[in-house]
Design a protein around this ligand. Sequence first.
Ligand code: PBG
Ligand code: ZN
Length: 336
Amino acid sequence: MANPQDGNPSLPHPRRPRRLRRGAVLRDAVTDVVLRPSDLVLPLFVRAGQDVRTPVPSMPDVHQMSPDVAVRTIVDLSAAGVTSFILFSVIDAADKDAHGSAAMDPDNPANVTLKRVRDAGVEAMMIADLCFCEFTDHGHCGALDADARLTVDNDATLDMLGRQAVVLGECGADVVAPSGMMDGQVRAIRAALDQAGHDHTAILSYSIKYASAMYGPFRDAADGAPQFGDRRGYQMDWRRSREWHTELQLDLAEGADMVMVKPAVAYLDVLRQVREATDVPVVAYHVSGEYSMIHAAAANGWIDLEASAVEITTAIKRAGADLIFSYFTPRMLDWL
Ligand code: PBG
Ligand code: ZN
């Protein structure tokens, strides 16, 4: 990378970076980070019913959909170039309980959608979220622990995760994505999947997930807000700069096929280091709060929506993401 002219203004022909900025054709020719629709994964929120398409107030352009609408959306967007989707169930309050039993129901909204997408022969990569906060009446990511400081009972939740993973595999998920930050979750899920004959179901672990303030709009969309306390007893503390390494090593050793850093934009430093520390695919989640901030500023006329969304999403790719979970995915089909 060293150039003999660098830093030597006494040479007769110093480099002038602006030479390569003269016009769109030259600029495009020297570009090395190009965002494509196939870099993106669209999150979908599926709830029971028929013909339901309810806007999420804190997330412009995002809707809760019934399975029929979700399947149509997936079929149409796959034809238009979106290659990957992640499904979250939204559960009626009456169907929630302390152990999140609806998560094991092969007929819950996300699972019905998965089965119908498979029956329709759609070739998209279908990822299923694997957690309990959308299914428990207390809104935490597993069974409660007697120790209030831990909030969630780690090992009791591992069993539950293994069982939910097998149901997701049976419903046709290509990938399961555990997002609960339980220690040992990848090992437990891998063992359960293999034992049930789902050795081809991949695990995308939310390996490096911080206890962020930026999940607020998602918790509206998925109706999964904790009913008391917070998630700091299990999600990571963003004041620690090196702990990502521990989480990464454990998940790789336990058999994670892909790893995630979440949120994305405020954690690009971590994302870059994870990219350099492993050769498995690295995924970044451009989370709901990060999405809604851009929309809110644009709605006020303070920034341009399209330009800001494309710049920020490209920055996530430049930092090292192979795949980006993004609520902007459908709009990107027009913007890229
Ligand atoms: C739940 C889950 C959350 C998100 C994805 N899965 C919320 C949380 O951990 O509280 C956040 C995604 C987003 O904000 O877009 N395990
Ligand atoms: Zn959760």
